[in-house]
Design a protein around this ligand. Sequence first.
Ligand code: NAD
Length: 410
Amino acid sequence: MKDKVFSNIVKRLAEVKKLENLTVKEIRLLSTPKRIAYTKLKIGKKTYPAWRILFSDALGPGKGGIRFHPGVCQDEVKSLSFWMTLKNSLAGLPYGGAKGGVQFDPRQASDKELQQVSRKFIDAFYKYLGQDKDIPAPDVYTNSQIMAWMLDEYEKKVGYHQPGMITGKPLDLQGCVLRGDATAKGAFIITKAMLKKFKLNKKKLKVAVQGFGNAGLFMSQMLAKDGFRVVAVSDSKGGIYSKTGLNIKKVIAIKKKQGSVTKHKQGQVVTNAQLLELPVDILVLAALENQVTKDNAKDVKAKYIVEVANGPTTYDADQILFKKGTMVVPDILANSGGVTVSYFEWAQNRTGNILDKDYLAKLLETKMLSSWNKMMTVYREHDKKIDLRASAYIIAIRRILSAERLRGNL
Ligand code: NAD
């Protein structure tokens, strides 16, 4: 299934080509990664395939997370680095796009092994990384501790301090006060903008959230705290559903104590596939790519989908959802709060400034809403005949191609 991720992107680009009258050369530039670095990390008797892919540096140094997951493959990392390129462009950040991955299951690993893999990754790729080259951050199954090990390994290699080479660091290693839940914060701001735009009353809405990690857990927490009825959540082991709404505080406590939301006593246990088809108004996708596909899109009841995960909806599913009138708020907008706060962290590391939390929170909101408004403007300009993803892609692609043109690459 994973091998098909990039083919979805190719189909999307063909559509934008028509809408924007792009040339074959422009499409080639947009769909070809600048550098694919691949190696096998050797730890004792085990080896783990690892990638760092710089998709584009037209707008600035590469920027994008590192994923540790047993299903990581080149097609996935390439797709994720493409989406980072568009996301950073749409957000107006001074970055190109990149992503890294190690085919490895950290859930089965000891802390010692986790640290070895993290350091080996830097050992393999440090020449390509740096605050002006390519700047990693956390993604699925990586966290601030892993960023700390990676920073430490990098600084040992180069022989000087450079906290801006990586973001999502712990606060004591020059992390940003807002980074922990920034992705969810950004998605929450966008969800509220969506409610306002479509005149929806949160008290009447039922929400299901797929994925209960950094993105999904904080998003569920923010929604519940704000008065939304979160009726279902899930993690890799399955989900839990209660028509009347879940007590998210309790679900978080159970997840922390027993490792899965499915251990929660309230409601009924559902599979991840069932969660996608529950009778809800908003479906928040915060796990992995290729979740809503041509096989289940017709059964999705939610009228609104917020993509906090990267690439959770396939191209074919998008077509079905658009015909049904389902609004899909695309990943490159909905989850851009994480990289936006990473940018604040990087900027602080470079200037030595430490900025106030409230000031940064306001700045995040302004930036998220500015991207939302830009996307809605293009959507309106096309008389709502294209979906929100195409609208967001158009804005992102215009900026990337402008940079390529100015550099003389077109
Ligand atoms: P995480 O490692 O913190 O959590 C992943 C969660 O997904 C876990 O709860 C896990 O149990 C669950 N999960 C794994 N496989 C699943 C499956 N098949 N079905 C349902 N749940 C499953 O990762 P995260 O940082 O929350 O990332 C989630 C998504 O959000 C990814 O697509 C990631 O690329 C995207 N994202 C994350 C950030 C960030 O800052 N962390 C930023 C932008 C986008």
